[in-house]
Design a protein around this ligand. Structure first.
Ligand code: SF4
Ligand code: SF4
Length: 339
């Protein structure tokens, strides 16, 4: 996996006559946070119930994301249009089990009418990328700037995707745990198709259903073109937070290079976090991660990928940034363990 992490993959055959046990059915009529975290943490949309059990976080606002965070993805916007009643029920349940009344729903301006029946207070965000990334959305909606190294949750705000809220609404309405994920499939020509697939479905089944042939050097991405991750096996499963599957033709790939930075400044001009990316990348290339964090704002990066996209030297800047955060995270975990 990413960063050389090993993982164990198992495959599960689905029985045509499958049965579900009755445990959730016995509990769904009296919704609680314990029931939600125990039974619904892996439903489509990947709701983050565990945050409400973290003693260091005091959540007072929930933002339901009716915008998709990356380019080309339309999953959550579709969900708002198609399942507004389930969202309304999900918002009602969330208020009840968390005790939080301040629930907002963020949608693009052209979807205000669709979101009006959600039961949440409607707020609009720009549809222009990267406005729907959590830190930027929070700044637009509440005016709060998330300090470097802090998370939105540290400031009392957590995010649920619209699909997660639909899953909650349906589960507590029907007594069944949802397992079908909605996702956007983007083919080699950039054409989009909305698909529903059971969580755990291998990616090759989606490619086959869409009549797509994978050739050598084609790239398969889970997520969108700016922030998604390449996968190296078509057996990779659809997960509760897989909002998109993309395939890029090997002939069209924007390859990275090891050319040096030429100080053109394009990355600085486009960075929404106002980071001196040209300086940051020099430290990251040299593996000087602590200096990059202390002097060049590594932790202010919201991982939008725009710097990599515009870099004329085709440097893999976002990959350097993610690797640096991962390595620094490993060091601080090791220090905490040995303390
Ligand atoms: S990914 Fe690049 S452009 Fe985006 S916030 Fe981070 S440094 Fe700035
Ligand atoms: S866009 Fe690339 S080449 Fe230009 S300043 Fe930034 S890192 Fe350097």
């Amino acid at each position: 996996g990413d960063y050389g992490k090993a993982y164990t993959a198992i495959s599960i055959d689905v029985d045509a006559n499958e049965e579900t046990d009755d445990q959730f059915k016995e509990l769904f009529e009296a919704p609680t946070l314990d029931t939600a975290v125990n039974y619904l943490s892996g439903v489509p949309g990947n709701p983050s119930f565990k945050i409400f059990f973290d003693p260091e976080k005091s959540i007072n606002t929930i933002i339901v994301c009716g915008v998709d965070s990356d380019l080309l993805i339309t999953t959550n916007q579709y969900v708002i249009k198609a399942h507004i009643n389930a969202i309304n029920n999900g918002v009602r349940i969330l208020k009840k089990i968390t005790g939080i009344d301040n629930i907002l729903i963020a949608v693009p301006e052209n979807m205000m009418q669709d979101a009006a029946a959600s039961g949440a207070e409607v707020r609009t965000v720009d549809s222009e990328y990267p406005s729907a990334l959590p830190h930027l959305m929070m700044q637009k909606i509440s005016g709060q700037v998330v300090p470097a190294g802090k998370s939105c949750e540290d400031l009392g705000v957590c995010f649920f995707s619209a699909e997660a809220v639909v899953s909650i609404g349906k589960a507590f309405d029907e007594g069944n745990i949802p397992v079908t994920k909605i996702l956007t499939f983007v083919d080699k020509n950039g054409a989009k198709t909305l698909i529903s697939a059971r969580i755990g479905t291998p990616v090759h089944e989606i490619l086959s259903a869409c009549d797509v042939t994978v050739n050598e050097k084609d790239r398969i991405i889970l997520g969108g073109p700016m922030t998604g991750s390449s996968i190296y096996s078509e057996h990779h499963p659809i997960q509760p937070d897989t909002d998109a599957v993309m395939i890029q033709d090997g002939k069209d790939l924007a390859l990275v290079s090891d050319y040096p930075c030429i100080n053109c400044g394009e990355c600085i001009r486009i960075c929404p976090a106002k980071i001196p990316v040209n300086m940051l990348v020099r430290f990251l290339e040299a593996g000087k991660y602590e200096e990059a964090a202390e002097e060049y704002d590594l932790y202010s990066c919201v991982e939008c990928g725009l710097c990599s996209f515009v870099c004329v030297s085709r440097m893999p800047i976002l990959h350097y940034i993610k690797l640096a955060k991962y390595e620094l995270g490993r060091i601080s975990t090791a220090e905490a363990t040995n303390a």
